[in-house]
Ligand binder design. Structure first.
Ligand code: ADP
Length: 265
C-alpha cells in the first residue's frame, strides 16, 4: 500500500510542480483567465495518475485481501475513500472549467426525464434507508421530455440529493418533487430536507466556489464547497432560477426552475 501511495503522491507532485513551474514563468500579473486555465489543466492532468492509482488499489485488494491484517485492511479502505473524494473533486473542478469555457448547456438533446430519474430515486431511496432516513418522491404521472444535456440535468439533481443526505441526521426526511410548468415551458424540481438548515446570513454565500458553512461539519461529510457553485453554473447556463428557503434546525428547501420543457403533441 505504501508503495502504491508513494507512486501516486510522486506523480501528483510532479504534475503540480510542473504546473507551478509553468505558472512561475508567466508574468507576475497573471490574470484570471490564466488561473482558470491552470486549474483546468492541472485537474485534467491529475486524472490519469489517480485512475492508475485507483486501479492498482483494486488489483492489490483482489490479490492480497486474504493476507492483510485488520489494520492494513482499514488503511486500504481509507485509501479507497480518499481516492474517491479526490476523483470527485477533480470531476467538480473539470465541471467548473467547462462552465468557464461556456461549455454548459451546449450539447442539448430531447430526452425522457422520468425514465432517467427513476433509477436515481431507487438509488437514493436505498441510501436514505441505509442511513436511517426517509426519501419521499413526488413525480408526475406522465413522462416529461426535456431539451437539455441529460448529463447536466442528472448532475444537478445529484448535487441537491447528495446535499440533502449529507446535511440530515438519522430519522430525517428528504423530499424530491418534480413537476412541469407547461405555460412557462419549465421543468421544476425541489429537494427539501428536515436537516440541520442553513443560517440566514450564510445563504447568500453558499453558491460561491469552495464556500462551506462551518467548515468543520462539511469536511467531516467529505464536502468540498463546489457542489452548489456547479449547480448555479448549470442553472444559469439554462437561464433558470434557484431559490432557497428554510430555517436552522427546521431544514432546507431548494427549488430549481429551468425553461427546458419540451411539450410534445
Ligand atoms: P459541499 O461540498 O460542502 O456540500 P456545496 O457547494 O454543495 O458544498 O454546499 C455549500 C454549503 O452549503 C455546504 O458546505 C453546506 O454547509 C451548505 N448546504 C448545502 N446544502 C445544504 C442542505 N441541504 N442543508 C444544510 N446545509 C446545506
Amino acid at each position: 500500500i505504501l508503495f502504491l501511495l508513494g507512486i501516486c503522491t510522486a506523480s501528483l507532485s510532479v504534475i503540480i510542480a510542473h504546473f507551478l513551474a509553468r505558472r512561475a514563468v508567466l508574468p507576475v500579473k497573471s490574470n484570471f483567465e490564466k488561473q482558470r486555465a491552470f486549474v483546468a489543466d492541472a485537474s485534467h492532468e491529475m486524472r490519469t495518475p489517480l485512475s492508475v492509482f485507483s486501479a492498482s488499489l483494486e488489483f492489490f485488494e483482489a490479490e492480497e485481501k486474504g493476507r492483510l491484517s485488520e489494520s492494513s485492511k482499514e488503511t486500504l479502505t481509507d485509501l479507497k475513500a480518499e481516492v474517491k473524494d479526490m476523483n470527485s473533486l477533480i470531476s467538480q473542478l473539470l465541471s467548473l472549467a467547462r462552465a468557464d469555457n461556456d461549455g454548459m448547456a451546449s450539447e442539448k438533446k430531447k430526452f425522457p426525464l422520468i425514465r432517467m430519474v427513476l433509477p436515481m430515486v431507487s438509488f437514493y431511496n436505498q441510501k436514505a434507508l441505509d442511513e436511517g432516513k426517509v426519501l419521499i418522491s413526488k413525480l408526475p404521472e406522465r413522462e416529461l421530455y426535456l431539451l437539455a444535456n441529460p448529463v447536466e440535468i442528472k448532475q444537478l439533481l445529484t448535487i441537491f440529493l447528495d446535499n440533502a443526505l449529507k446535511y440530515t441526521k438519522k430519522k430525517d426526511r428528504i423530499e424530491l418533487k418534480i413537476w412541469p410548468n407547461e405555460e412557462k415551458h419549465q421543468f421544476c424540481f425541489s429537494v427539501g430536507d428536515s436537516g440541520i438548515g442553513i443560517p440566514d446570513e450564510e445563504r447568500k454565500h453558499i453558491f460561491e466556489r469552495f464556500y462551506r458553512v462551518e467548515k468543520g461539519r462539511t469536511r467531516q461529510n467529505g464536502g468540498s464547497g463546489l457542489g452548489l457553485s456547479i449547480a448555479n453554473e448549470i442553472v444559469s447556463a439554462y437561464k433558470g432560477t434557484i431559490t432557497v428557503e428554510g430555517a436552522m434546525k427546521v431544514g432546507t428547501i431548494f427549488t430549481i426552475r429551468l425553461p427546458v420543457l419540451k411539450i410534445t403533441e
